[in-house]
Design a protein around this ligand. Structure first.
Ligand code: PEP
Ligand code: MN
Length: 356
């Protein structure tokens, strides 16, 4: 990898911005200049080929946009990144000295496409960022990363852009933070950045979602920006001007995962000790609860009663939600927690029922 790209790749936070789509040469150049002027952006992004849900929408300017990006790089010094989905895209991007590639959410879902891109990159020393697949499937996300690793790529990062869900929610793509956290656990040293633009789908939540990702120790952000957001040819609702981006980045509070201040370390160690202790107690109690469930299972077996008794389950939930509320625990958490406990209890009772 070229020295200057290595330096950018290792920068934390890594801030990537630029339009959803490259539209005209003037738009690309002006965006790059205004982003560069913020002094906070490390890399310019622009979609050249756009995977659109329906035909008839703007599907990207295509290969003629690549020289515009090269020119923007020459004028500002900002390295450039584009989305690739086919071997031809890879070939064109490399021919135009694109510095970093990314794989979009609609490509990560398709192992054929990911493999095609990986094969086209065999022997090429370029960093690649892999967006999560549109559906919440971590195996698919991890599988895409493994395909690239098998092709010999060593600089791979992840972009969390949220997951598509049916029906209207507050977000265009639900963040499901726990899934990104799990990927960070599976790929420990790997860079993970957040794309709040595609999570939010609008401008109002951008700051909040960006801050949340920073608090979860993400390594950077990819945010869409446009010189005239309302008139963007794609994703108009979620884009912001470079100046607004500058303000937003200035307002974010960057935290580091570790600090060397002794007092902090001691206080944290003591609190973690308490948490470990409580977790141990909770597990012991849950174990005891399951032993009681086993006994209930035995009685049900002897008396030929079904395992699931809906009324009893509703009663448990109602009690727990009320109690949880008084303790400052959200209804959502209580339901998720009790669902998990209940499933485990059913599986225990099942074992008892079908034991010889
Ligand atoms: C994009 O970055 O413009 C894009 C198409 O994003 P995603 O793959 O996350 O939908
Ligand atoms: Mn977009």
């Amino acid at each position: 990898m070229k020295e200057n790209i290595k330096e950018i790749w290792n920068k934390r936070p890594l801030i990537i911005s630029g339009p959803c789509s490259a539209e005209t040469e003037a738009q690309v150049l002006e965006t790059a200049q205004r982003l560069h002027a913020t002094g906070k952006v490390n890399m310019l992004r622009a979609g050249i080929w756009k995977p659109r849900t329906k035909p008839g929408l703007f599907e990207g300017i295509g290969v003629i946009g690549l020289p515009w990006l090269q020119k923007a790089k020459a004028q500002t010094g900002l390295p450039i990144t584009v989305e690739v989905a086919t071997a031809k895209h890879v070939e064109d991007a490399l021919a135009h000295n694109v510095d970093i590639l990314w794989i979009g959410a609609r490509t990560t879902v398709n192992p054929f496409s990911v493999q095609e891109v990986a094969d086209a990159l065999r022997g090429v020393d370029i960093p690649v960022l892999v967006k999560n697949p549109i559906n919440p499937d971590l195996e698919l996300w991890g599988g895409a990363i493994e395909r690239l690793q098998k092709a010999g790529l060593t600089n791979i990062g992840m972009i969390h852009r949220g997951f598509s869900s049916y029906g209207n929610t507050q977000f265009r793509n639900a963040p499901m933070w726990h899934l990104a956290i799990e990927m960070k656990r599976r790929f420990k040293e790997m860079l993970m950045i957040c794309d709040p633009s595609h999570i939010c789908g609008n401008r109002t939540l951008l700051q909040e979602v960006s801050q949340k990702s920073i608090d979860l120790d993400f390594g950077g952000l990819m945010i869409e920006s446009h010189i005239d957001p309302d008139n963007a040819w794609s994703d108009a609702k979620q884009q912001i001007t470079p100046e607004r981006l500058n303000e937003m980045l200035g307002d974010l509070i960057w935290r580091s995962e570790n600090t060397s201040a002794q007092e902090f370390i001691t206080a944290l160690a003591s609190l973690r000790e308490q948490i470990n202790h409580i977790d141990d107690e909770l597990l012991t109690l849950i174990g005891q609860r399951m032993k009681i469930a086993d006994k209930v299972g035995e009685y049900k077996k002897e008396n030929k009663v079904t395992i699931l008794q809906t009324n009893r389950w509703n009663e448990i939930l109602e009690r727990a939600v009320a109690k949880g509320d008084a303790l400052g625990l959200s209804k959502e958490f209580i339901i998720r927690y009790f669902d998990a406990v209940h499933l485990e209890s059913i599986s225990h009772q099942n074992k008892v029922m079908y034991a010889n």
